[in-house]
Write a protein that binds this ligand. Sequence first.
Ligand SMILES: *Cc1c(COP(=O)(O)O)cnc(C)c1O
Length: 495
Amino acid sequence: MALSYQSTRGKENGVTASQAVLKGLAEDGGLFMPSEIPTLPIPMKELAGMSYQETAYEVMKLFLTDYTEEELKDCIARAYDSKFDTEEIAPLAKAGGMYFLELFHGKTIAFKDMALSILPHLMTTAAKKNGVDKEIVILTATSGDTGKAAMAGFADVPGTRIIVFYPKGGVSKVQELQMRTQKGDNTSVVAIHGNFDDAQTGVKKLFGDKEFAKELAHKGFQFSSANSINIGRLVPQVVYYVYAYAKLLENGEIEDGEIINVTVPTGNFGNILAAYFAKHMGVPIGRLICASNENKVLYDFFATGTYDRKREFILTNSPSMDILISSNLERLIYLSAGWDAEKNASLMADLSRTGEYAITEEMKKNMESFTGGFATQEEDGAMIRKLFKEVGYLMDTHTGVAAAVYQQYKEKTGDTAKTVIASTASPYKFSRSVMEAIGGPRETEDEFALIDEMSRLSGVPVPQAVEEIRTAPIRHNRECDVDGMKAEVRDILGI
Ligand SMILES: *Cc1c(COP(=O)(O)O)cnc(C)c1O
């Protein structure tokens, strides 16, 4: 059965999956949602024997209904290949009584690779299917990981250009080097004088600029998004939650049908929303534990029913979660309002006008499967240290937030259901913070000295993604103010 997509703000509907992938964001500023969340038609026992690629096909075909079997299988085969350093693609590691779903075995060693390895293929296939004759310009705001993963996917892909905006001073050293050394004639990187929310708001503004869109069309360009607002990011992320459950079953860790919990270190709410979709497709998931760092806007939201972004933006050592406007939450708002676009649009209008909105009791009830929690930088560091000292497993700072929040949850509730922790980055990506967590403050300025020490201590070889940037030349030096983003895009495109 064909699914169509509609905007969470109600002004656009009847859009095909491939059109939604191409557009990224709906014209009314809303996010695309499928007309229903499909149910998994295959028993978990059968999925348990499948490879990652086979699982991906079974899940994605239910959402991307206008892609042919051949098109989708081709996209999957190109995405999940030897770019990943393990055939399992997303292995599960058991440590300290938790199951870490390692989503960092791709090219840029963060979970963004899971979706951004396939998005360029979904998008170029969509362009062909829809007879697009313009060059696609991917505009992306990044809190550090999306930018690199998107460029790695789109570099030198014919018919595309990619422009990435990141917050200057708001990303880790390794993240910054990864972006600024990016190869590819069609890639551009701009450091903005602002934080991630400024970058994301600026990009959304450019998307909403109708005059600019017309001018671009005239010059042969059209914008799209690689951010997690794109349904082509969300759908591939559902796959690994289905896969994780199937692997637990295959490995005899759970009985068929046994309820598990999932804990996700959260920023823009994309990853945990994918887990929620998996639950609604029929994966036996009980609680969805939403873990925040000190930017705990989501924790407060789940506790009170009021989303309030009017607060200080805190730079933490889990920078990919330093976010106060979690874009994908809009999809949950829409769902819990009973797929009511009008209600959602009015709440989003409140947010942009007053900086906050409050949901109804009924909506709150519809979100009951979520539990919010947060961990401070000290709690994060302590958790990383504890797990490393006790069982020798080394986590990054984002995964540390999730593990710390899960432990708090378990102590408070006594819930002993098996729990999958989404492990979103390799510790090598946040080498300084991780080394400080396990060994105290460091004098050295030399990031690579810390990286080599990490390898000695953990016994895990330095990943290829880090070796690559050790000596790579800096290729990108652009910087701009928040209100200079449009001018920067013009300059890059030569218009
Ligand atoms: C992006 C990112 C997150 C947050 O994921 P969302 O889907 O934005 O909630 C967490 N950890 C890491 C390492 C990330 O790169």
